[in-house]
Ligand binder design. Sequence first.
Ligand SMILES: Cc1cc2nc3c(=O)[nH]c(=O)nc-3n(C[C@H](O)[C@H](O)[C@H](O)COP(=O)(O)OP(=O)(O)OC[C@H]3O[C@@H](n4cnc5c(N)ncnc54)[C@H](O)[C@@H]3O)c2cc1C
Length: 808
Amino acid sequence: MVDSVKSHARVVVIGGGIAGCSTLYHLTQLGWTDVALVERDELTSGSTWHAAAQVTQFGGNQTMIGLKRHSIDLYRELAKDTEHPFYYEITGGMRTAYTQDHIDTYQHYIGMAKSMGVEMEYISPKEIKERHPLLSTDKMLGAWWDPLDGYIDPSGITLALARKAREAGASVYRSNPVESITKKENGEFIVHTKNGDITCEKVVNATGYRVNEVGNMLGVEHPVTSMEHMYFLTDNLPELEALDFQVPIIRDPLDDFYSRQEKNGLLVGIYEQDCKTFGMDGIDPNFTRDLCPPDLDRCLDNMERIFERMPALQEAGIHTTVNGPITYTIDGAPLIGQIPGIENAYCAIGLRAGIGEGGGHGKILADLIVHGECEWDAWCVDPRRFTQYANTEHTTLKTIEDYQNEFHYHMPHEHRPASRLARTTPIYPVLDQKDAAWGVVNGWERTLFFKPTPDFVDEHSFRFTPTKDVVDKEIKAMTKNVGIMEVSGFNRFSIQGEGAADFLDGLTCSNIPKKVGKVSLCYLLNEHGHVLTEATLAKLDEDHFWYGSAAAAEWHDLDWLNKHKPDTVTITEMAASHTILVVAGPKSRELLQSLSPRCDWSKAAFPWLNAKEMTIGHAKVMAMTISFSGELAYELHVPNEQLYLAYKLINEAGEKFGLTQFGMYATESMRMEKGYLHWKADLIYERNPMESGIGFFVKMDKPSFIGKEPLAKMIAEGNKKQLATFVFECDIAPAHVGDSMYNGDKLVGTVTSGAYGHRVNKNIAYAFVEPEFAVVGTELKIEILGEMYPAVVTETCLYDPKNELVRG
Ligand SMILES: Cc1cc2nc3c(=O)[nH]c(=O)nc-3n(C[C@H](O)[C@H](O)[C@H](O)COP(=O)(O)OP(=O)(O)OC[C@H]3O[C@@H](n4cnc5c(N)ncnc54)[C@H](O)[C@@H]3O)c2cc1C
């Protein structure tokens, strides 16, 4: 006799692995106790039961470090329960370094972790050997050491989370598969399970490698692919038996393996190049609490090298091989948050390190469900960061690439080769022939810079590279005469219909353009008064606007707009139908005028911050007098069918004006000299607009806008942090996101953006610091790659602060 399910719950979580149980637990901790979890078999019967279950603090950004540290604190607390014991061993752990790039990467992350209250260190080969006597340190330069690295009983911690949730009032239904899901007219869901229907306000997909079985019930294909992943366990090793301590965990980027102690033997996990996807053509319904056949032959190449690295393994017997499915996404980070396009549907999927991170994933998701935001800006795990291009085939290619590079951190600006050309504009081949170096933004290929010779290589490094001089030349040429750059994939919506102006006015804390033909920069806040997004609004007609925002914000912003828009307003996506050509530099007006005899490009007729339909030869464009570079500049929004035409005509006419090409690196440098901000770097929902240095755009005298009341309260309380611009003397490297700022020995801030300013000849960083340190002239120190450099607060705008150039 099975328990029948309750008929209603505020939230139904589908899947009883670590992700589902952690979400359920955290919901109850926030006071949402009318919640239920539904599991098709027993709890932990997906990937969770067989994980190697390492729990670490190593992370590539502050949110990842924060969520991992949250897991550790939570697991340590739950492991104290003597009535329900489970093992949790903290042994310390290391990531080994073999190149200067490894060292730089680790030094950067160690510095960044400090601002999350997490202490890690860089250790020498001698210290490595002392801590792990079985390891050969041949070719090793050092290692990144995490004192809180360890491993846990994966089932024990998952059951503990479920038990605590149940004690708080949550329901858990086992042996009860979800068979379908219906969305009701009123926005609720009916989750149809084998043992009955549950109506709920919100639903969560946490179904591990079966993610798309449940995804399909909601009409979505999530960008998640599973890989087979193997580890083996050895018999007891006399070398370990002789020690009076456990050896730490190792993660090794040279031989692509990890290893930890398991009793008196070793557990060794391998990321083999000859890897294998799992379940691409469907998964046997009976595959539960199950494993794939062991296949260590795939790993022989790694094993040979691992046995040299740990010679004690050469004499050891292997008693067990575990080969199980593990899920991956396009960028390796999980998908935690709202499912794109489906209000009140959420997911916690694509977890490749779900045991270590699971505590943090559950916290983030519960925070998002209950509060709509989390303590740390969670964009790095937001499911909306991938859009329509992210189909299963695309995801699979990226997944394989990511699996093969498990311990190879991305270097700054590194865009790897798998699944490229997912989104290109009609002039991609033309720019490619001009030796464009390409990066990817929201699937779109975008020019980073133009290579001086076809064989020029952009060395990806935390340090300055020869590319710096190339960018310098692009900027100098453009600021002397005129330059052109394609901005592919820039997010744009046409927003039109009765009430469009009122709708947009209520969404933003800024003034929307009042007159037809005007353009304004506007900021949107969330319900808590924190910064949600930045939009350029162009008023094309009464109740007709173009809304422009970061390429990556496409689905994020669309969800927000759709959630609030009246039925009379329609939103049309334009990112794929139009592309921007930026023409910038002192001769830009002259050049465009020469192509456009019957349009007036003069300052009087077409001043700064205006939008107008213009012709470029016989191509029709929407031109806007907007400048992200700080030079006189025009954004030409060109329908893709005429993009080649417009580009060709400008290039031909441009010869006479000294037209040159430039890319994203140049733009990044120039925008920092101007004090312009980047979404999800400088503009994050951890901060309000006053703290983010965009108070000028906040109009508190507007009758209402989303977030106004909480913002008023925060203004009255005063800023907790303040974004400030710093210049600093460091010849070897720019600042990187996450670098720490110090006043003496005290950590007082964190870098959000860094680039070299070529027009002002200064190394520039933006950082959130404690407000008393944001005063112009304040001297602090910035830690870059483990070294301290003096840094001083400057005015926000370092180049043409009166905007005389942009006004032309
Ligand atoms: C060999 C190996 C080693 C690993 N080592 C580590 C490690 O050292 N550290 C680490 O952090 N991670 C590790 N992982 C990864 C880790 O195991 C996963 O990230 C984690 O277990 C995923 O948890 P989950 O809750 O997302 O999915 P799962 O554990 O797969 O849980 C999903 C649950 O959903 C249920 N479900 C599916 N469909 C339905 C349905 N229709 N209705 C109801 N329920 C449904 C399933 O039965 C299952 O119980 C390892 C993985 C492998 C394969």
